[in-house]
Design a protein around this ligand. Structure first.
Ligand SMILES: [Zn+2]
Length: 100
């Protein structure tokens, strides 16, 4: 994806936002992000989810659905804290940058 490094923080926040509302899984998140104009491949999203888990923002568990095993992610208290902080900062940034 073009400008991936620049936008990756926003993508992470998007993931946190949805993981705060419901259990999410990789392909669902890829489709959701595509609606917002972020085209991510599994090869980009999955390592991102793993790192967010390692960093304590998400937890995951496996769920079997027929033959497929799906990894479901939900937000942690640290994730909620980070999301709330980021939302404050985004509000502040939008006030400054989108004012004109
Ligand atoms: Zn969304």
């Amino acid at each position: 994806m073009e400008h991936h490094d620049l936008l990756s923080g926003l993508i992470r926040l998007h993931v946190l936002h949805h993981a705060a509302e419901q259990e999410i899984y990789g392909q669902w998140m890829i489709d959701e992000l595509a609606h917002h104009g972020y085209r991510l491949s599994p090869g980009t999203l999955y390592p991102m989810l793993h790192k967010m888990k390692r960093d304590g923002y998400l937890v995951s568990h496996q769920e079997r659905e027929g033959r497929t095993v799906r990894k479901l992610y939900t937000i942690t208290p640290k994730g909620r804290e980070g999301l709330a902080l980021a939302k404050d900062r985004i509000r502040e940034f939008a006030g400054e940058a989108m004012h004109k």
